[in-house]
Design a protein around this ligand. Sequence first.
Ligand SMILES: *Cc1c(COP(=O)(O)O)cnc(C)c1O
Length: 320
Amino acid sequence: MISLKDVQAASERIGDITYVTPILKSQQLSHICGNQIFLKSEHLQKTGSFKIRGASNKVIQAIQEGAKYVTAASSGNHGQAVAYIANKYGIPATIVVPEDVSECKINAIKAYNGKIEMCGTTSAERLPRAKEIAVQENGVFIPPYDDPFIMAGQGTVGLEIINQFQDVDIVLVPIGGGGLISGILTAIKESNPKVKVIGVEPEIASDTYLSIQNGKITAISGTSTIADGLRTNQPGDLTFPILMKYLDDIVLVSEEEIRLAFSFVMERMKQLIEPSSATTVAAAMFNKIPFQGKKIVTVISGGNVDLDKISNIIVDTGKL
Ligand SMILES: *Cc1c(COP(=O)(O)O)cnc(C)c1O
C-alpha cells in the first residue's frame, strides 16, 4: 500500500510540472444544497485533467530508471497526460486508441507529439497492444490507475486541498478505477483523518459501490454512462484495499443528475468541465450525503469534452 510519504515524494517530483489548481466557491450551489460548496478545479490543470499528476510521477520515475520509451492505452485524459510528459522529457510515447476515437482527442495527443496507434474498440484489445509495443521498444507501459506511482501522483490533489483549505469538512471524489480517490484518501486520512472523503459513481457504473458492499472486487459487465472517465468495469487490485481501509462513504448519481450538474456548472459558473467531474457536484446538489452546514470540496477532475457533443449533454436547469 502507498503511504503519505509516497504522495509527498510525488509532490516534490511533479511540483515543477503541475499547477496548484484553484478552489472556487459557488454561492448559488451552496444556497441550493445547504452546505458551502467549493470546486477543486482540475479542469484548469495542464492537459485539462488531474491525470497529468500520476502520469508525470510515473514517467519521471521510469526515466530515472532508464526508460527511453513509454506507451499507454487510452484515448482520453490519461493518454494525453502520458503524451505530454513524455514529450516534455524528450522521449517517444505511443498511445493506443480505439478505432472510433474522436478527431479532437487524436488532435490533443498529436499536439503533444504522441504517436497514435488504433486498435479495436475495447480496452481488452488496447491494453495488451500497448503492453506489447512497450516490450518491443524496450519501453515502459504506463497504467491508468493500478500502480503505486500513479496513485501517489493523483494523491497530490488531496495534499493540495488540505494545504489550501484547512477548514474543509468533506471531500467528494469521482471514482473510475480508483487511482484518484486512493491517492486522495492516503494523503488526507494520513494527515488529517477528521476530514471525510466520500466517493461518487454513476448509478449505471456502480462497480466500486458494489465491491464495497460485497467486501471484495466485483465487476460490472459494461456501461454507457455519459461520465466517460468513469467507465471502468471494476476497481483496481491496488486501489481497492485503500478504499476498504479509509473510505467514509460512497454514493451514486443518476445520468439525469449528472446532466443537470454539468449544465449548472457550465451555465451559472462559466466553467468548462466534463461529465465525469459533474458527478461530484451532482452528489452535493441532490443531497446524496446527509450533512448540512458543512464545507464541502467537490473534486472537478477534468474539463476535456468534445465541443460538438455538449449540446447532447446539456439540459434545462430552470427548475433548480
Ligand atoms: C480518469 C478520470 C477519472 C477517474 O479516475 P480514476 O483514477 O480512474 O478513479 C475521473 N474524472 C476524470 C476527468 C478522469 O479523467
